[in-house]
Write a new protein. Structure first.
Length: 119
């Protein structure tokens, strides 16, 4: 048994698990960014097509908040949906965001609770 403890096997396994965990979090974060960016795009494009109705955007966000929360749970408050819209308007694409963050030397890491807006 002592041979197992002294041969570095545990360290090697720990490294594999830590690398896998990091890889998963990066992929999840990227997917969340793309998802929220796409949601923002859909809402912005829809609002533009209804620009003659001043209350349309506000009513739509309230409706989306209620429906998405019912179907998917937390993370779709009115404020979060506004953030998705702002996110799309500010960056336009995940690629643009990634390039700006790389240039600035930053990375975005999200946990399942923050779902982007708890940063």
């Amino acid at each position: 048994m002592n041979q197992l403890m002294n041969n570095g096997m545990i360290q090697e396994i720990e490294n594999i698990l830590l690398n896998a965990r990091n890889h998963v979090s990066v992929e999840v974060n990227h997917t969340l960014l793309k998802t929220y960016m796409e949601i923002g795009r859909i809402i912005v494009e829809d609002a533009v097509s209804h620009n003659s109705d001043n209350d349309y955007e506000s009513k739509t966000i309230s409706y989306l908040s209620k429906e998405l929360t019912k179907k998917f749970g937390r993370g779709f408050s009115r404020a979060n949906i506004w953030n998705m819209i702002t996110f799309y308007k500010e960056y336009g694409s995940v690629q643009t965001l990634s390039e700006r963050l790389r240039y600035a030397g930053h990375g975005i890491y999200l946990d399942s609770e923050s779902l982007l807006w708890g940063l």
